[in-house]
Design a protein around this ligand. Structure first.
Ligand code: Q9C
Ligand code: ZN
Length: 686
C-alpha cells in the first residue's frame, strides 16, 4: 500500500500526469488508523482502520489518487471544535489517549453509547475533524472544485458533550461552523446532506435553530427502533426558531431500500429544496452503510446509485461539494461506492441519470409525509405528486432478502417489517406460457419437461397411419378429452352468440338514442341560428345608429372648431389690447410721476417762496402803501419763469414812477400809465 508522499502534506500538489478539468481534493492519512478497538480477538469492530485503508487502496489501484490533489491530515484547532462541542467534551477527547490505562479508558467508554477508545483515538479524532475542515476551506476558496475526506472516526452521531455511535468529534459540523465563521470565505448558506444509513442526530441538534445550515438526513428509522433511535430522526423534526424548516428528515419505514428509493427522495424532496435554498457549498455526511452488502444498513444502494445521487447534487453550489466519510462497513461496497463518487467529482464519464425508478410503496408514503410536513416552509413541496407513481413489483434478489439482519434489525416482528413484495401474477403466468410456446416451436419433445406438452409434440410428429394405428387407450382418452373440450367450446360459442345478440340489441337501442340526440342537436342548431340572426339584426341596427352618431359628432366637432378659432382670434385681440392698455397705463404712470414731480417741485418752490427775499419785500411794500408810495409790480416771463419787476414812485400824477427797484433779473423797464395804485403780483418762482 502506498500513502500520499509527505511533500504534498499541506498545500497539496496536483499530479503531473494530465491536467484535470476539475481540481478534486483527497485527504487520507495513515495516522487515522490509530484509533482502534483495544480487543484483538474475536470479530473485528465494524468501525475499524481497514475501512479507510480499503478506500485508499481502491482509489490508488485504479489511478484515482494520482488525479487528485492529495492532502495529509492536519489536526483541528480547539477553537474550531469549540463552535459545536463543549469544553469538557474537547477535554475528554483530547486526554482520553494519554495518562490512562486500557481499563480506565474502557470504563470511560462504557459510559457512552457505542464508543471505544484507545491510545490513538485522540489523534485520529483531531485529524479527522482537521481534514474535513482543511478541504472545506480549500473548496470554499475555490482552490479546489470539490473534495473527499477519507476520514475516521466518523462524526455525525457525536453530540455537543458526548461521543456516540463510533463518533468522537462531529467533523462535518465543525467544518460547517468554521466556513460560516470565516466571513472572508463568503459562505452564508450550507447544505448538509447526510446519506449515512443512520440518522445524523448530532448535526441536526447543532444547527437546530440555525437557518444558515439546511440539514438533510435520509436514514432507516422504522418508528424509532433503528439506531440511534427515538423520535429525533422523525420527519416531524423540522428545526426551531429561525431554523424552522431548515431540518429535513426522511425516515425509512423498512430496510432494503435501494437507489430507486433514494432517487425518488432526491427528485421529490431534496433537489427542489436545494434549488430553493441555493447553498454556497454542500457538505455530504457520506456514510456508505446504506450500500448494498453493508452488514449494519441492510440496504441495497449500488455504487452507480451513489454516483447518481452525487451527480444530482453537482448541479448546485457551483459544484462546490465536500464529502466526508461517515459509516460504511462492508469494505468492498465502501471502496467501490467511494470510487464511484470520485469518478463523479472528477467528471469522468457522463452519468446516465435516466433511471426508471420503482421505489417501495412505503417510500412514496414517506415522501408524501415529508412533503406535507415541510410544504409550509418550502412551498415547492406543496405541489401534488404525479397521480401515477410506479413502485416496484419485482421480487427482491436472493442476495438481499436472504441476508441475515444485523443487530440493529432485531426487533419484534422483524419478518413482518420486511418489504411487502408484490409478486406479479401476470408476469408469472406470462413466463409459463412463454416457455410452453417456445417448446412447441422447437419441436424437440425430449427436452420438454411438461408432460402435456410432450404428448402433443409426440403426436404432432406421427404420420396419419401411425396415428390411426395408435388408437390406444391414451388416444381414446385424448379424444374424449378433445370432445369434452369441443363441447365446452360449443357452450362458449353459445354464450358468445348470446352476448353478440345482446350487444346488437344494445347497438339498436343506442342508435335510437343517437337518433333522438341528433334531432335535439338539429333543433339546437336551428335555435342557435335564430339567435345568431337576431343578433345580426341588432348588430346592423347598432351599426346604422353608430354611423349617424358619428356624422353628428363630426358636425358638432366642426362647429366647435369654428367657435374655437373665433375664440382664439378674440383672445389674441384681447391680448393685443391688453398690451396697448399696459403701454398706456405705463405712459399715464410716467405722466403721473412727472406731475407728481412738478407738484413736488412746486411745493418745494412754494415752501421756498415764503421765505424768499421777494416775499419779504412784498410785506414791506404793503406798508409802503400807507406812506403814499406807489409800488407796482409786473411780471415778466423768461421761459417758464416769472420774474417780478417792482416799480416804485409817486403814482398820483399819473406819470411813471421815477424810481425803480428790482429784484431778480432786470429786463427792459415796463412803463405803464396807471391811475390807480396797482400791485401786480406774480408767482414768486425765483
Ligand atoms: N444496539 C455510523 O454509521 N450501532 N455509526 C449500535 C446498539 C451503532 C453507526 C447498536 C451504529 C453506529 C457512523
Ligand atoms: Zn451509519
Amino acid at each position: 500500500m502506498k500513502f500520499p508522499p509527505n511533500d504534498t502534506s499541506r498545500n497539496g500538489t496536483q499530479s503531473q500526469q494530465q491536467e484535470e478539468k476539475r481540481r478534486v481534493g483527497l485527504v487520507y492519512d495513515e495516522r487515522m488508523c490509530k484509533h482502534a478497538t483495544p480487543k484483538a480477538k474475536g470479530e473485528p469492530h465494524p468501525e475499524n482502520p481497514d475501512r479507510i485503508r480499503a478506500v485508499w487502496d481502491k482509489l490508488e489501484s485504479v489511478g484515482i489518487t494520482q488525479r487528485c490533489v492529495v492532502f495529509k491530515a492536519k489536526e483541528v484547532e480547539d477553537k474550531y471544535i469549540a463552535a459545536v462541542h463543549s469544553k469538557s467534551h474537547i477535554n475528554l477527547i483530547k486526554t482520553i489517549s494519554c495518562n490512562k490505562t486500557v481499563s480506565q479508558r474502557k470504563k470511560v467508554a462504557a459510559k457512552y453509547d457505542s464508543i471505544y477508545f484507545n491510545e490513538g483515538s485522540s489523534e485520529s479524532a483531531y485529524l479527522a475533524a482537521g481534514s474535513v475542515l482543511e478541504v472545506a476551506e480549500q473548496v470554499a476558496k475555490g482552490e479546489l472544485n470539490s473534495a473527499f475526506a477519507i476520514v475516521r472516526p466518523p462524526g455525525h452521531h457525536a453530540e455537543k458533550s458526548e461521543p456516540m455511535g463510533f463518533c468522537l468529534f462531529n467533523n462535518v459540523a465543525i467544518a460547517a461552523s468554521f466556513l460560516l465563521e470565516q466571513k472572508k470565505l463568503g459562505i452564508k448558506k450550507i447544505l448538509i446532506v447526510d446519506w449515512d444509513v443512520h440518522h445524523g442526530n448530532a448535526t441536526q441538534k447543532m444547527f437546530w435553530k440555525d437557518s444558515r445550515v439546511l440539514s438533510f438526513s435520509v436514514h432507516r428509522h422504522e418508528n424509532g427502533s433503528f439506531y440511534p433511535g427515538g423520535d429525533d430522526g422523525s420527519h416531524t423534526m423540522v428545526g426551531e426558531g429561525p431554523g424552522l424548516g431548515y431540518n429535513i428528515n426522511v425516515p425509512w419505514e423498512n430496510a432494503h431500500c435501494d437507489e430507486a428509493d433514494y432517487i425518488a427522495v432526491w427528485d421529490h424532496i431534496l433537489i427542489p429544496v436545494a434549488k430553493e435554498f441555493n447553498a454556497d457549498i454542500i457538505l455530504i455526511s457520506a456514510g456508505f452503510d446504506a450500500a448494498i452488502g453493508d452488514p449494519l444498513g441492510s440496504c441495497c444502494v449500488t455504487p452507480h446509485g451513489f454516483s447518481i445521487l452525487l451527480k444530482k447534487l453537482m448541479e448546485f453550489s457551483k459544484g462546490k461539494i465536500v464529502m466526508a466519510l461517515e459509516g460504511g462497513y462492508n469494505l468492498d461496497s465502501l471502496a467501490n461506492s467511494v470510487l464511484a463518487c470520485m469518478e463523479v467529482l472528477l467528471e469522468d464519464a457522463p452519468i446516465d441519470e435516466s433511471y426508471e425508478v420503482y421505489p417501495f410503496e412505503s417510500t412514496w408514503r414517506v415522501i408524501k409525509d415529508v412533503r406535507e410536513k415541510l410544504s409550509s416552509f418550502w412551498p415547492i413541496l406543496a405541489k401534488k405528486l404525479p397521480k401515477t407513481l410506479t413502485h416496484r413489483l419485482k421480487p427482491l434478489h436472493e442476495i438481499y432478502s436472504s441476508q441475515s439482519e444485523d443487530e440493529d434489525d432485531v426487533v419484534p416482528n422483524a419478518s413482518l417489517k420486511r418489504r411487502k413484495r408484490q409478486n406479479s401474477p401476470v408476469q408469472n403466468s406470462l413466463s409459463i406460457k412463454g416457455k410452453r410456446q417456445k417448446a412447441l416451436d422447437t419441436d424437440d419433445s425430449e427436452d420438454v419437461e411438461d408432460p402435456q406438452t410432450r404428448k402433443v409434440l409426440k403426436m404432432k410428429k406421427m404420420s396419419n397411419a401411425e396415428l390411426a394405428g395408435k388408437l390406444d387407450v391414451d388416444c381414446v382418452s385424448a379424444m374424449t378429452e378433445a370432445a369434452r373440450r369441443l363441447c365446452g367450446m360449443e357452450n362458449e360459442v353459445d354464450v358468445y352468440r348470446d352476448h353478440i345478440r345482446q350487444l346488437k340489441d344494445k347497438v339498436a337501442e343506442d342508435n335510437g338514442i343517437i337518433e333522438k340526440q341528433n334531432i335535439a342537436i338539429q333543433e339546437g342548431e336551428k335555435r342557435l341560428q335564430q339567435v345568431l340572426n337576431s343578433e345580426k339584426e341588432l348588430k346592423d341596427k347598432l351599426l346604422a345608429e353608430r354611423v349617424q352618431n358619428d356624422a353628428q359628432i363630426k358636425e358638432l366637432k366642426e362647429e366647435q372648431d369654428k367657435v374655437m378659432t373665433a375664440n382664439n382670434h378674440m383672445a389674441s385681440e384681447i391680448a393685443a389690447r391688453d398690451k396697448t392698455l399696459t403701454i398706456k397705463e405705463r405712459e399715464i404712470e410716467v405722466l403721473k410721476q412727472q406731475l407728481a414731480n412738478l407738484e413736488a417741485k412746486g411745493k418745494e418752490a412754494d415752501a421756498r417762496g415764503t421765505d424768499c427775499a421777494y416775499c419779504r419785500l412784498l410785506a414791506k411794500l404793503d406798508r409802503l402803501r400807507y406812506v403814499g408810495q406807489a409800488v407796482f409790480m409786473t411780471q415778466h416771463v423768461v421761459g417758464q419763469w416769472w420774474f417780478p419787476a417792482i416799480f416804485s414812485g409817486d403814482m398820483t400824477n399819473g406819470s411813471g414812477g421815477s424810481r425803480r427797484c428790482f429784484l431778480g433779473i432786470w429786463q427792459k423797464p415796463l412803463v405803464v400809465n396807471v391811475k390807480k395804485f396797482v400791485c401786480f403780483m406774480g408767482i414768486c418762482k425765483a
